[in-house]
Design a protein around this ligand. Sequence first.
Ligand SMILES: NC(=O)c1ccc[n+]([C@@H]2O[C@H](COP(=O)([O-])OP(=O)(O)OC[C@H]3O[C@@H](n4cnc5c(N)ncnc54)[C@H](O)[C@@H]3O)[C@@H](O)[C@H]2O)c1
Length: 271
Amino acid sequence: MDLRLEKQHAVIVGGARGIGWAIAEEFAQEGADVTIVDLSPQVSERASELAASARDEGQRWRGFQADVTQPSQVEAVFEQLRLDQPPQHVVIAAGIGSGKFGFPFTNLSPSDWPKVVDVNLMGTVNVAHAVAGDLRACGDGSLTLISSVAGQIGSQTDPPYSAAKAAVINFGQCMAKDLAAYGVRVNTICPGMIKTELNESVWKAWHDAQAPEDRLDYETWAGSKVRSVVPLQRWQTPQDIAALAVFLASPRGRNITGQTMNVDGGFVMHW
Ligand SMILES: NC(=O)c1ccc[n+]([C@@H]2O[C@H](COP(=O)([O-])OP(=O)(O)OC[C@H]3O[C@@H](n4cnc5c(N)ncnc54)[C@H](O)[C@@H]3O)[C@@H](O)[C@H]2O)c1
């Protein structure tokens, strides 16, 4: 299927690794120009590696280091882009977990919350404010948020993460209503269980909370968890999320906005 994204400009925030990186690669494969914004100091190198995924000649890659929790850093990136090539599609994939096992929630202290909320929720808010004007001006842009199934189920592994991701879903709906009048579509993807550094930090804390005598090695334990809670009985992959992200940005998704979509092997089913 031709997604007709060639020569479009996609910005992937949190795109230096994991799910964001797969999304950046997928946009590159669809012929888009891609900018990665990330906390990682390797962001420029990572952006140049996108050349390996290029579909057409002359596609452009850029990398900017910025912390999504710092509005001035985020605004500075988009100010620079505005002068050169304003974005048409923005995906916000930057996220962190607390790194602790939060069941019961009193295992955490209130001081474990602000950083998680700052990156996952306020990071999304900061980027949204910085790009809203560009997306309005372009008329048929898209903004895709990466939340989590944890934002829909009150996940017991990491309550601040879960609560911040629920807020991301809600903010996405607010923005979808605001920006629809300008032809801008806003959707939220909720990944299920994907082997990335973030997933491992959350799950390792959970694994390590098992009594030592019952503890399997991490890979065996994590694999059996996935088989027992995911109806399709398998991990999801970064590419599964990327496939939906490019579809939502493309004109093929032109009538989809304000939606929360799970790519989770059936883990969350509403009825
Ligand atoms: N892996 C999973 O199982 C899973 C499941 C559900 C949702 N998610 C969500 O998917 C998104 C991507 O997660 P991932 O698993 O690829 O994680 P990851 O840790 O592999 O990648 C996260 C990226 O975000 C960047 N980042 C972190 N803090 C940042 C900040 N303050 N400013 C700018 N960039 C920052 C990191 O440098 C990294 O490149 C996150 O929003 C995460 O919550 C992941």
